[in-house]
Design a protein around this ligand. Structure first.
Ligand code: HEM
Length: 262
């Protein structure tokens, strides 16, 4: 937030009552006056006077904070589950590495398109997300109107929590929902297939905005890590816990891992 030397925020006076306004000799500042004194992004300056625009400094700050929070915690937590499952199920880790070695040429820099040539690796990443189920109860939403949903009346103002675990662990959708099994995403001939019930990013109009970015990040980090290192339980350490700690997302218990250069 930009401040004047006196420490007060400076906004264009024509942006509406919610905005703090600085008076100069009794006259409110107009955005044209502010423009010269500090630099808001040009586009933001243009929308300051448009009361219908939601593109303003306050929203921008919230959006950037959202992106940092939703964009870092989620992928990092999924990768922590990924390494945990790889040390817990070394045979699956071995099969991923076999596939990476067989398909990718030595000096090839992995890119997202490569997932199409790596069905087993892709299936393992999907299973990590399904089994890890990090956003088990989705983001809190509020119903904006009286509606009927599958015969149920939902009143305006009702708080709704989408239960994503109910689909990710649905026994009617998955052969062995409580087991870590990449086969959930593989056809009999080894071809990758996703499922409608694979909804770690939720669905509908307010589904995760970062889904595509998250998928790219997960694929690139996971495949590069497994191509370079083998992950093991350090000598003398117990088999790691696979249950979760409840936080904003479902987290693995802290664990130590040994990364051996391949
Ligand atoms: C493994 C990674 C991720 C998972 C599992 C995940 C999951 C979710 C879920 C379940 C929601 C709630 C959707 C709903 O309420 O129906 C959500 C919302 C959101 N996610 Fe993600 N997310 C991930 C990564 C990211 C990344 C990388 C970004 C951005 C860089 C991001 C940005 C957002 C935003 C902005 C929303 C709010 C969307 C809205 O309210 O319209 N997410 N995410």
């Amino acid at each position: 937030m930009r401040r004047t030397p006196a420490g007060r925020r400076r906004y264009c006076a024509c942006t509406g009552s919610r905005r703090e306004k600085r008076q100069t000799g009794g006259k409110p500042l107009h955005h044209a006056d502010i423009q010269g004194s500090f630099s808001l992004p040009r586009r933001l300056m243009q929308t300051q006077c448009d009361s219908n625009s939601t593109y303003n400094e306050e929203n921008l700050v919230h959006l950037v904070a959202d992106l940092f929070m939703t964009g870092t915690e989620t992928v990092a937590t999924t990768l922590r589950w990924a390494l945990l499952y790889m040390v817990a199920f070394p045979d699956i880790q071995g099969k991923v590495q076999e596939e990476l070695d067989a398909i990718l040429e030595g000096s090839h820099m992995i890119n997202y398109e490569d997932r199409k040539r790596l069905p087993y690796t892709n299936a393992v990443i999907h299973e990590i997300q399904r089994f890890g189920n990090i956003v088990s109860v989705g983001v809190v939403r509020k119903c904006m109107a009286d509606i009927r949903l599958h015969g149920f009346k939902v009143s305006k103002g009702t708080i709704i929590l989408p239960n994503l675990s109910s689909v990710l662990y649905d026994p009617e959708q998955w052969k062995s929902p409580r087991e870590f099994s990449p086969q959930h995403f593989l056809q009999e001939n080894g071809t990758f297939e996703t499922k409608e019930a694979f909804l770690p990013f939720s669905s509908g109009q307010r589904a995760c905005l970062g889904e595509h970015l998250a998928k790219i990040e997960l694929f690139l980090f996971f495949s590069n890590l497994l191509r370079t290192f083998s992950f093991q339980i350090p000598e003398g350490e117990c088999y790691p816990r696979l249950d979760y700690v409840q936080a904003a997302t479902l987290q693995p218990y802290p664990y130590r891992v040994r990364a051996v250069l391949r």
